[in-house]
Design a protein around this ligand. Structure first.
Ligand code: AMP
Length: 578
């Protein structure tokens, strides 16, 4: 931890004074900045697109798509209005009504953005799936959510969906964006023929808009429910935490398969009337620097893993590129090392602004703001309108810890617009998140005497790898399906670039030998089932796994041993073998 500050002077920022903004902020004022629909209705897509067209900004570029090949397609707010209207009409013509669930399994292609916003216009619930998921996570998420329609590509359909299709009972229609294969509907001709007008569904502020899945330490992935009202927080945080201004060129590098790529890769940039850059390709040092320069990016929102990879490539990789338009850089998803903040300042003349939030919070909760001094390594301060605290939870008693640098669970006072409204079908799991008037985040943190928050770690066993939250249970379940596996435990180990990597410990059934061939076979099995983003990077064999007397595998102990750390309280340890 460091208290070395980077002093800032950005007097023109949207929030010139954090303290004054905290004093005067109200969520009602934030809502009043938006349009709304007649009779108290509210629809995210209206606020993101139609509102700006009505106000005369239809010609402004809303989305600039950069294909893997480097080709560019610009879509104005007017284009986006027409295309999303067309998509909403296609949904209606295939029987999809308000409240039905539309899933997307696509890379970062224009159709994904059109489908997201068109589904919202139609009043459907939109659920993005990460395209690097394997069939198992896809099937789990589509089953829990009861997907009624899916939009995907023929390649992804054949590789990942065709085999599980029969198990997806609610799934009526699969639209494919590049022709059709058996059991799918070719979207392009339908879009061509659909009308460019559509009356946006009269959704209420509390109607479900988005479904995002996040991992739990045990059990199935959790379907996090977000409502149209969330747009108030997306818009506000875009303005206050990311300093977005109308006309800005903005680049969020996150994939919409994860919540950042939706809240800040689709909604906030559009409600704030920016021009958003979408790059189809995966991370590449030279390409990223090219994009920052050639697109004249003003605001860049990225993640620690990417920043660390840029740092590794060294300043030489920048060459003679310059970024005079770059005004604000932010990072989210995992702890941002102080060195990365300082490197940003040395390299770009401005620090990365770390901010913190979760799928459940729907939007940024704690941030380093444009006008606030940055303390490298700190997540910053709570957003105006948000009360954050450090608490100690003992049974049903929650005590706020107010002493500077006291460590406890990071907690938030509930009630902001983008707060999840539930875990789908799991009210008890949802209720457990709230105690003593606080929403408990599951993260450990500290607050210093100046009110800055510092991340300490997760209070549970969840793994953050390259910014993706991975539940050990989902990985363990996939490995357990292998014939040779008797028991398995999955943990996250620190990694310089990815933050953490997934490692699995496997105990074999009698009759199976711990050979290199079997290890490779297990790795292949996991990749096939889970996809490369979730599968373990390493597998080790153990004769037994350490367990508590009640039979719970002690992942914490495996981790301590792997890292050479003290083993802590092992009084509940039952069986064991180091
Ligand atoms: P997700 O729901 O996938 O967005 O993951 C949320 C979790 O990511 C949080 O509970 C934290 O554990 C971690 N996280 C997100 N942002 C940060 C950050 N700025 N610093 C440290 N951890 C973070």
């Amino acid at each position: 931890m460091t208290d070395q500050r980077i002093f800032k002077a950005t007097p023109t920022a949207n929030m010139p004074s954090y303290e004054a903004a905290r004093e005067s902020f109200s969520w009602q004022d934030a809502q009043d900045r938006l349009d709304g629909l007649p009779d108290g209705h509210l629809n995210i897509a209206h606020e993101a697109i139609d509102r700006h067209v009505v106000a005369g900004h239809g010609e402004q570029t809303a989305l600039r798509w950069i294909a893997k090949s480097g080709a560019r397609i610009d879509m104005s707010y007017q284009d986006l209005q027409h295309l999303t209207n067309k998509f909403a009409n296609v949904l209606r013509s295939h029987g999809l009504q308000q409240g039905d669930k539309v899933y997307a399994l696509l890379g970062r292609v224009p159709e994904l953005y059109i489908a997201a916003l068109g589904s919202l216009k139609a009043g459907c619930v939109f659920c993005p799936l990460f395209s690097a998921f394997g069939p198992e996570p896809i099937a789990a998420r589509m089953t829990i959510g009861g997907a009624n329609a899916l939009i995907t590509s023929t390649r992804l359909y054949k590789r990942k969906v065709a085999a599980i299709r029969d198990s997806l009972e609610a799934l009526e229609t699969v639209f494919t964006i590049d022709g059709a294969v058996p059991d799918t509907v070719d979207l392009a001709p339908l879009m061509k023929d659909a009308a460019t007008t559509f009356e946006t569904a009269q959704t209420g502020p509390e109607d479900t808009a988005l479904l995002h899945f996040t991992s739990g330490t045990t059990g199935k992935p959790k379907g996090v429910v977000h409502v149209h009202q969330a747009v108030v927080a997306h818009d506000t945080t875009g303005r206050l935490a990311l300093d977005l201004r109308p006309g800005d060129v903005y680049w969020c590098t996150a994939d919409p398969g994860w919540v950042t790529g939706t809240s800040y890769g689709i909604i906030a940039p559009l409600t704030n009337r920016t021009t958003m850059i979408v790059d189809e390709a995966e991370f590449d040092v030279a390409r990223w620097y090219d994009i920052l320069q050639s697109e004249k990016v003003n605001v860049w929102y990225t993640a620690p893993t990417a920043i660390r990879m840029l740092m590794k490539a060294g300043a030489d990789a920048i060459g003679d590129r310059v970024f005079p338009q770059l005004r604000f850089m932010a990072s989210v998803g995992e702890p941002l090392n102080p060195e990365a903040v300082i490197w940003g300042n040395e390299t770009f003349g401005k620090p990365f602004h770390d901010n913190w939030w979760q799928t459940e919070t729907g939007g940024i909760m704690i941030a380093n703001y444009a006008t606030m001094d940055v303390k490298p390594g700190s997540m910053g301060k709570p957003l105006p309108g948000i009360t954050a605290g450090i608490v100690d939870v003992k049974g049903d008693t929650v005590t706020e810890l107010t002493a500077p640098m006291a460590m406890g669970e990071l907690a938030l006072r509930p009630g902001w617009p983008s707060m999840m409204r539930g875990y789908l079908h799991e009210p008890a799991r949802y209720d457990k998140c709230f105690k003593g008037g606080w929403y408990l985040t599951g993260d450990l943190a500290m607050r210093d005497a100046d009110g800055y928050f510092w991340f300490v770690g997760r209070a549970d066993d969840l793994i953050k790898s390259s910014g993706h939250l991975i539940g050990p249970f989902e990985v363990e379940s996939a490995l357990m399906e292998h014939d040779a596996v008797a028991e398995v435990a999955v943990i996250g180990l620190p990694d310089e670039t990815a933050g953490q990597i997934v490692k699995a410990y496997v105990a074999l059934k009698p009759g199976h030998d711990p050979t290199e061939d079997l290890r490779l076979d297990l790795m292949g099995h996991a990749r096939k089932r889970l996809g490369p983003a979730v599968a373990p990077k390493d597998i080790a064999f153990r004769q037994n796994l350490p367990k508590t007397r009640s039979g719970k595998i002690m992942r914490r102990l495996l981790k301590a041993r792997e890292m050479g750390l003290p083993e802590g309280d092992i009084s509940t340890l039952e069986s064991d073998e180091k």
